[in-house]
Design a protein around this ligand. Structure first.
Ligand SMILES: [Zn+2]
Length: 243
């Protein structure tokens, strides 16, 4: 296993995207002893607040807070993401370097075009990374992740989460990681897929996380979607009370 290898990898368009949508899940996996990685596709240079170098330092602090082992940046153009051949090649290289078993991607629908394109680009690169004859040797041996999870947080599409991760024990860690992005978020009323309600952004994240937690009868949660059906071994061990 190389130093860059991880078990769980989150891929998203902008620095701070993964903290908002799946930071608790990443922190929980890291605390459970798994190696966790993040690939940010862009440097966030189009952000209204803060410049790219400030955001780089913030992203590094946030990764440390979450216990993430490796955070890479694909240096694609913010607000110009494209699911084209050069971009797929870059991402295939990073996936082969990190060799994840499970990958978290943005939901395929998003407010920001980069979120939608990052989802499709991530899925396609995960597939192509496993083709031995696709740019052989680029990034190392061919490797295809086993499982793709779509982060569903804050989306309002008529899609039920396939499952929700209980992040109650790591919720404060998630919030601490999000607060690392002070240049983006201090005083902000909206971010990423979160629409403004007039409330403070941090309060909005807490309220939304509490809602997802309530779906599994827990304090805080993060929702995910998979198109494929999940397998259950023993129906007597199923959680979440029905009535
Ligand atoms: Zn974003």
């Amino acid at each position: 296993m190389s130093n860059a290898s991880v078990e769980l990898l989150a891929i998203a368009a902008h620095r701070d995207d993964v903290e908002l949508t799946c930071g608790g899940t990443l922190a929980k996996a890291a605390q459970a002893g798994h190696r966790v990685g993040i690939i940010d596709l862009t440097q966030g240079e189009m952000g209204t607040r803060g410049d790219a170098s400030t955001r780089a330092a913030e992203a590094e602090r946030a990764a440390k807070t979450l216990g993430v082992a490796i955070r890479l940046n694909a240096e694609m153009r913010d607000a110009h993401l494209a699911n084209d051949d050069p971009s797929r090649g870059i991402l295939v290289e990073l996936i082969r370097r990190t060799r994840p078993r499970v990958v978290i991607l943005p939901f395929p629908v998003g407010r920001h075009p980069d979120h939608r394109i990052a989802s499709e680009l991530g899925r396609d690169a995960c597939y192509l990374a496993g083709l031995a004859k696709y740019e052989p040797g680029r990034g190392g041996e061919a490797h295809r992740p086993y499982k793709l999870l779509y982060a569903l947080a804050y989306r309002e599409d008529p899609v039920k989460p396939t499952f929700v991760v209980d992040i109650s024990d790591v919720f404060e860690t998630k919030m601490q990681a999000i607060r690392c992005y002070a240049s983006q978020f201090d005083g902000a009323k909206a971010a990423g897929e979160i629409h403004p309600t007039g409330q403070d952004l941090y309060e909005l994240i807490r309220v939304q996380s509490a809602h997802y937690g309530s779906l599994i009868r827990r304090r805080y949660g993060e929702p995910f979607y998979t198109p494929e059906t999940q397998e259950v071994d023993d129906v007597l061990k199923l959680g979440v009370q029905s009535i």
